[in-house]
Design a protein around this ligand. Sequence first.
Ligand code: NZQ
Ligand code: ZN
Length: 391
Amino acid sequence: MNNFIFHSPTKFVFGKDTEKEVGQLLKSQKAKKVLIHYGTGSIKRSGLFDRVVKSIEEAGIEHVELGGVVPNPRDTLVYEGIELCKKENVDFVLAVGGGSTIDSAKAIAAGAKYEGDFWDFYARKAQMEDALKIGVILTIPAAGSEGSQSAVITKTDGMLKRGLNSPFYRPQFSIINPELTYTLPTYQTSAGVVDMMGHIFERYLTKSENTLFIDRLAEGTLVSIIEAGKKLMDEPTNYDARAIICWAGTIAHNGFFGVGRVEDWASHGLEHELSALYDVTHGAGLSVIYPAYMKYTLEEDIEKYKRFAIKVFGVDSTNKTDMQIALEGISELESFYEEMGMPTRFEGIGAKEEDIDKLVNKLQENAGKTFGNFKKLTMEDAKKIYELACA
Ligand code: NZQ
Ligand code: ZN
């Protein structure tokens, strides 16, 4: 196990009706004027918006609102949010929604405390030194942004999708009520499951040594996500299954599974180019990438892939070679994605083989000549993985 620092300062408030506590939580943060940031309407249709406003007003806190965040959130709305915060003297940004809304809120919080263009942070031209405080009410377990130090924004000009990590991006609090996720379309529930599993894969696949303790916890978490995910296909209002998915999604990406090891993140890099070019749901892009990535990197650590097959999918190892067992694990993963209604090939997300060069060029712009840590990938490797994802 490598040396590490793990600092996850977010207060998580979990369970039924917890959104009603938002006013008091904001008060404890000494918030005076809050920006309520949200997406394209689900929180208004469900009545959540009204409950949030009531709780904030009862706590005697002022608010302004800005909706309209789209999946793969854009810089254009971030600029609008920054202007609004500066004009209205907002001192706290509350995201009510999923990863896209939370990420947009994080970028607004950073930009509101910066004189220049917030994109400077994403272009690595400036270092964030301050940000408004951020709070979250989560409505979709997926991206893990409610506990992460990251925010991914798409620059509309050129459709550049870029991620950024900063300690200022850790929310002060995140409210997670599994009941708020009952209204999710099945596709979004499934995409969320794929994404949170991916956040574990990015840490599980490592060249660091002596990682067995966290690996076992990761395998157990993956088993629980798979079980609960399957249950939700038939019972979308099963509270316990929703609760497992919600909490698993948060710990999958708050850094816990990454301690003591070098993380990978190659598959996320490959996927971000898909969602930038085709504007596909992040989880759907990932279910296309992971089987291809895993097949391509199989020989990096057959033992690990064999372990994954046996521990996560219960593959029977009798009379099989290590390679056969490992391949069976990847094939089980693909079958699970399919059972969840997720695509596993380019055509399932409307991606085209003839665009591969374009994807690779954009990837190089973002990542440089090599990327990933489990296997250091070149652009030639990236091309081959995209090709495998077409086959
Ligand atoms: O816009 P609304 O009306 O809210 O609808 C959303 C949206 O259409 C809908 N939705 C959310 N909660 C709902 C609901 N519909 C009904 N009932 C509810 N309770 O679901 C759709 C997807 O929402 P979105 O916020 O885009 O989902 P997700 O959480 O998957 O976020 C995806 C974004 O997060 C980024 C992705 O790249 C993508 O841009 N990521 C962020 C990370 C981070 N900050 O740490 C890490 C991830 O790896 C990921 O890259
Ligand atoms: Zn992700």
